[in-house]
Ligand binder design. Structure first.
Ligand code: GDP
Ligand code: IMO
Ligand code: MG
Length: 422
């Protein structure tokens, strides 16, 4: 039995795309289980850059089947763009990309409402991809699913019913013009033609594959602290990026999961609003952003940067049941003379024993830091643990202990090859 889950161990953008691509040659199937085109997963092979928003990061391995599970919310426009991009790069998705019939569709009104709601009192800093509004409809049992593309009458009925309600909201709450029902019906009826060939009964397919001894990698998007249940609510995304989401989002039962690999950055970043106790709003933060090219792969926004937070990573390891960690962007720290590591938070004069996900507390904690010496040496060409400078080894040892993590992969550059297997 070999089902592995990859999760983001912090606030997203940890380097999941790179690690999924790296591991994909050991897997027969790679499946996404939540989120949508809010994700931006970067893969660099011999200086050629690929960024995937919806399609799993295993797609560059010709023998790998890629799947979008029922937990994913699918923007057909973004999906077809990505398929076209792959075609232009001579990568075929024919008979190797499948979409769960139960996955929900992102509609144009989801994207519009996403951007309009960001102008209200609570600004989350969303990606504007319609994620929250689509999951709202899913849980309100009003959503339109991939399977609905197969029945033109149902599709048309559902769009009409939804749009009547949304137009009321647009006009009377947001003071926005209404959307055209017929145009939307015509546009989505067209997707029936282009998307039908990918639709599958994914839970049956995956569970049969497990029985046949196939190896499956479940690729999380976003990060654990963006989880709607376990993250820094309300500054989160609207799905469950943590490992539990991998089961509900694919139809693979928990008893079939054999390992959980957390992808963790050697420092911390966050995009959008919300508390970030170890954030560096100074020259060091700027230096990390510049050296690590910390700009969003989906929106291009500058990412907020800060010190490694071992307290946070210990918490995310607990929630995910992490069995091993791939630590990324270690090379970026080479520019620093000394490096701080947060080991805990003080709140109202007391050291907290459990991670506080309440934002009012998180906004007011004081991080406790240990300062370690830097190594000031380029490590991007190291390919063995023994090649690393002593201070880099000491940093790894220290954060492994404080964050309670077993590092099995160390990434020292964006390229597929810039990797040390520990
Ligand atoms: P994801 O969303 O978790 O897949 O991560 P992103 O692709 O949004 O952001 C990670 C960025 O870091 C991308 O630009 C990667 O190419 C890059 N990257 C990944 N691993 C490393 C690494 O070890 N070192 C450096 N310098 N860059 C890396
Ligand atoms: P990957 O998979 C980092 C953030 C947004 C915002 C919040 C809610 O590339 O790691 P949403 O559009 O999901 O409703 O936005 O979540 N966010 C991400 N941050 N990486 C991501 O994905 C993200 N996807 C969403 O910036 O703060
Ligand atoms: Mg990303």
């Amino acid at each position: 039995m070999s089902v592995s889950v990859i999760v983001g161990g912090q606030w997203g953008d940890e380097g999941k795309g790179k690690v999924v691509d790296l591991l994909s040659n050991k897997f027969d199937i790679v499946a996404r289980y939540q989120g949508g085109a809010n994700a931006g997963h970067t893969i660099i092979i011999n200086d050629k850059k690929f960024v995937f928003h919806l399609i799993p990061s295993g797609i560059l391995h010709p023998g790998t089947i890629c799947i979008l599970g029922n937990g994913v919310v699918i923007d057909p426009v973004a999906l077809l763009d990505e398929i076209e991009f792959l075609r232009k790069n001579n990568i075929s998705v024919k008979n190797r990309l499948f979409i769960s019939q139960n996955a929900h569709l992102i509609m144009p009104y989801h994207k519009l409402i996403d951007s309009l709601s960001e102008t209200g009192t609570l600004k989350i800093g969303t990606t504007g991809k319609g994620i929250g509004p689509c999951y709202i409809d899913k849980y309100a049992r009003k959503g339109i699913r991939i399977i609905d593309l197969l029945n033109r009458r149902t599709l048309e009925d559902k769009i009409r019913r939804n749009l009547e309600e949304k137009n009321n909201l647009l006009k009377n709450y947001y003071g926005h013009s209404e959307m055209n029902i017929q145009e939307m019906v015509d546009e989505y009826l067209e997707f029936d033609r282009t998307i039908d060939e990918y639709i599958k009964d994914v839970p049956s397919y995956l569970n049969k594959a497990i029985l046949e001894g196939k190896r499956i990698l479940l690729e999380g998007a976003q990060g654990s602290l963006l989880d709607v249940d376990h993250g820094t609510y309300p500054f989160v995304t609207s799905s469950n990026p943590t490992s539990g989401g991998a089961c509900t989002g694919t139809g693979i039962p928990p008893t079939k999961i054999s390992e959980v690999i957390s992808i963790v950055k050697a420092y911390t970043t966050r995009v959008g609003e919300g508390p970030f106790p170890t954030e560096l709003i100074n020259e060091t933060g700027e230096l990390l952003r510049k050296t690590g090219h910390e700009f969003g792969a989906t929106t291009g926004r500058p990412r907020r940067c800060g010190w490694f937070d071992a307290f946070l990573v210990r918490y995310s390891g607990m929630i995910n049941g992490t069995t091993s960690v791939a630590l990324t962007k270690m090379d970026v720290l080479s520019v620093l003379d000394e490096i701080k590591v947060c080991t805990g938070y003080i709140f109202e004069g007391k050291l907290l024993s459990n991670y506080p996900i309440d934002c009012d507390i998180l906004e007011n904690v004081e991080p406790v830091y240990t300062t370690l010496p830097g190594w000031k040496e380029d490590i991007s060409s190291c390919r063995k643990y023994s090649d690393l400078p002593l201070n880099a080894k000491k940093y790894l040892e220290y954060i492994s202990g404080e964050a309670n993590m077993k590092i099995s992969i160390l990434s020292v550059g964006a390229d597929r090859d810039a990797t040390i297997i520990m």
